[in-house]
Design a protein around this ligand. Sequence first.
Ligand code: HAM
Length: 438
Amino acid sequence: MATLKAVRGTRDLLPPETALWNHVEATARAVFARYAFGEIRTPIFESTELFARGVGEETDIVSKEMYTWEDRGRADSVHSESEKARGQSLTLRPENTAGVVRAYIEHKLADTGMLQKLFYIGPQFRRERPQRGRYRQFWQIGAEVLGPAWSGADSPLRDAEVLEMLCTFLNELGVKNWRLELNSVGSSTDRPRYIAALKEALAPVKSQMCEDNQRRAETNPLRVLDSKDPNDQDIINALPKIADFLDEDSRVHFDAVLSALAACNVPYTVNPRLVRGLDYYTRTTFEFTVPDGSGLGTQNALLGGGRYDGLSEILGGPKAPGIGFAIGEDRLILTLQAQATESSPRKLDAYIAPMGIAQNPAALALAQELRAAGLTVEVGDGTFRLKKSFETADKLARRIILLGEDEATTSIFTVKDFATTEQTKIPRTDLADKLRAS
Ligand code: HAM
């Protein structure tokens, strides 16, 4: 019978790699807590309309990459005949900003009058062509800061705070050579003016461009700026720049972000071509990248984000300016693995080898005692031959503790350290301290 495999673009995460995932997530939780963020957990599927309206019908995500299905309600749970007939269109979330803003509206968080600082960790789904660093189920660690304008949600200080937090997070994890690029894509009134100018500038030259860019020039001209096609670069570089279309407020906002970043010593590069592929962005947009060769194949954007001052209203809510980001956790892990100098995971503190099945209960009791003392311990089995115990112990742990009849009666154990090959006798009362010390 053919064996079953994980679906293309999805993958299992196994130990010891999951220890690194947990370390990354624990670091995110610890850092975000210092910046007064709380965790939000939203459902993994939402109504399709949320993403169509929030992320934008014309974006690649919504037009090509969503896992969408018609969810016919069970006869006993649907509310109306028409719902039963129609079914409801549902989608596995391709990103989490729309879901967070929906929750903000649904739970009337605006009524608190407070700034909401929310973070999330969870899987997202996009039907993309799988390759290294690009998966169909991938993980994001993200955060959103939003609230009514009087809560300070639209302040450039928030943009800078979020970027400074990301800088701290990446440094704390030990990510090397990251680069922050940012841009302003203007307000919801600047953007249409810029898009009109882009269309006009593209009209006479688009026939010389690649097929994808010809299509984008029509449907979503901003995406042309993102194009990596080498033949089109000269044309793209000569296109009008968004910076020249910013109104006074957007310009002042962006300058204030840049000076706050400078005050916090956050290094950055302004990239006038950075527009990003989701429709909700206004003003500040940004990406953190790592250089090629950091384990990501050609996918070198570690994370991306920006401001979305109009999203809540697009979703039928009150005015609630906001800013956020999402880190591609899979990519962050690949980067850490590629950049790591020491790749072997930390081994267990000890492996206990009972020498005969009669010693099994005593071995388990000793493991219980050492684990209670905070040590990481694995127990073998009395049926194993000594050679097998040593081989297994050497793979898993830094030391082996032999537990035979003698040891059981004297309570003095023979401990071998694999790194030093030293063998010592240690009384039970000293064992935990000695193992911890070295
Ligand atoms: P995004 O740029 O679509 O933004 O995704 C953010 C990050 O998720 C990317 O920079 C990348 O690291 C990772 N990512 C995206 N697609 C994949 C994939 N197929 N496989 C692996 N990693 C992937 C957003 O999702 C916005 N919601 C970010 C945001 C939050 N903006 C404001 N608030």
